[in-house]
Ligand binder design. Structure first.
Ligand code: MTE
Ligand code: MO
Length: 374
């Protein structure tokens, strides 16, 4: 029998009830790191602290002079652009909070076996590049185009399907200017780091991470709907393996807290001293602006409004919030929940689907407050 690289006929695995994280999940967790939550303090995440998720290997690209981005398919004038060519176009810089669709997956029950994020798969960066709409205008998209397919240079296999990483956007989203979809070559004013897509990546403000194709090498305008693995097999809200499910698109609202006080090394439990404690964090939604953040210090029984920092001119980035708490000795459960302008509030129970996508259940932070003498 010839060797095989997996079994495409099998649905993605769910962990046995009650089982711990497996070695396969550990291998992914050791490659793909999260944002240490204390780094929620930065408006713009320093690149080494931004979360990373890569399905296959990080391609080795020594010099962007060797890179070509092609724009082809249902266009009147196909393009082949080098890195220097791209720099001759008008540029835009957009501050974007990006979150992996699988954030929160590790605590689901049953747990979908994949990258086991707790809550840290998020980061915010200033991305600079060429608005995609300008490249599509120059190429001249033909009438009847449906999807724009983006191909990364990374190659691998997933459940028996050998593939380049590919995702599509509907042509209206790809050529829109609100939000401005970017072909980005800079992160926070410097060339993209290798793990974030050097030399080029797509940035789709408001959408979960899977849409932001890294190591972008080809843009293909298609007259029909794209049905590739990452579009129709992965990143679908499915409760049963045999349904197509709705696609995962925009980021659901979420608030996270900067861990207060100091941690216990192994349990990560937070320790504070009695008296005033400022609780702070960030909140975001890829669907509509954040309108309120509420904090509970009693395990979700009562909620009080947090103060949102003034809206900065960055509609696609997270917003800072703060809340003054007076800690009393004992154990406490702290939470924050965000609501956006569509009226969506985070749930207190876990939305479950087979991929563990868009789980925006309210975070709970156990805190022990010491006695005044301790
Ligand atoms: N080419 C390519 N692009 C990719 C991926 C990938 O594996 N290959 N992973 C996607 C996923 S699932 C996420 S969450 C984001 C993560 O981007 P970051 O590593 O820059 O934070 O990249 C997306 N773009
Ligand atoms: Mo992701």
């Amino acid at each position: 029998m010839s060797p095989r690289i997996g079994d495409a006929s099998r649905p993605a695995r769910l962990a046995d009830p009650g089982s711990g994280i497996g070695e396969d999940e550990l291998a992914l967790a050791a490659r793909n790191h999260g944002l240490p939550l204390e780094a929620l303090r930065y408006d713009v995440t320093p690149p080494g602290l931004h979360y990373v998720l890569t399905h296959y290997d990080i391609p080795y690209v020594a010099d962007d002079a060797d890179w070509t981005l092609t724009v082809r398919g249902a266009v009147r004038r196909p393009l082949a652009l080098g890195a220097d060519d791209l720099r001759t176009y008008p540029t835009a810089t957009v501050r974007v909070t990006m979150e992996c669709a699988g954030n929160g997956r590790a605590r689901l029950d049953p747990r979908p076996v994949s990258q086991p994020w707790l809550l840290e798969a998020v980061g915010t960066a200033d991305w600079t590049g060429v608005p995609l709409r300008i490249l599509l205008e120059e190429a001249g998209v033909e009438a009847g185009a449906v999807d724009v397919v983006f191909t990364g240079a990374d190659h691998g296999a997933e459940r028996g399907v050998e593939q380049d990483y590919q995702r599509a956007l509907p042509v209206g989203v790809a050529s829109g200017d609100e939000p401005e979809v970017l072909v980005a070559y800079e992160m926070n004013g410097a060339p993209l780091p290798p793990q974030h897509g050097y030399p080029l990546r797509l940035v789709v403000p408001g959408w979960y991470g899977m849409a932001h194709v890294k190591w972008l090498s080809d843009i293909h305008v298609a007259p029909e709907r794209f049905t590739g693995f990452q579009q129709d097999v992965a990143y679908r809200f499915r409760r049963h393996p045999d349904e197509l499910g709705e696609p995962v698109t925009r980021i659901a609202p979420r608030a996270l807290m900067i861990p207060p006080g100091f941690p216990d090394f192994m349990s990560r439990e937070r320790v504070v001293r009695p008296g005033p404690v400022v609780l702070e964090g960030r909140a975001w939604s890829g669907r509509a602006p954040i309108t309120s953040v509420e904090v509970s210090t009693d395990g979700g029984r009562t909620w009080n409004g947090a103060v949102l920092r003034d809206e900065l001119p960055h509609p696609w980035a997270w917003r800072a919030w703060r809340f003054e708490w007076t800690a009393e000795p004992g154990r406490h459960l702290l939470s924050a929940r965000a609501t956006d302008a569509e009226g969506t509030t985070q749930p207190s129970s876990q939305p479950w689907n087979r991929g563990g996508f868009a789980n925006n259940m309210i975070q709970t932070v156990p805190v022990v407050c010491l006695s005044p003498t301790e």
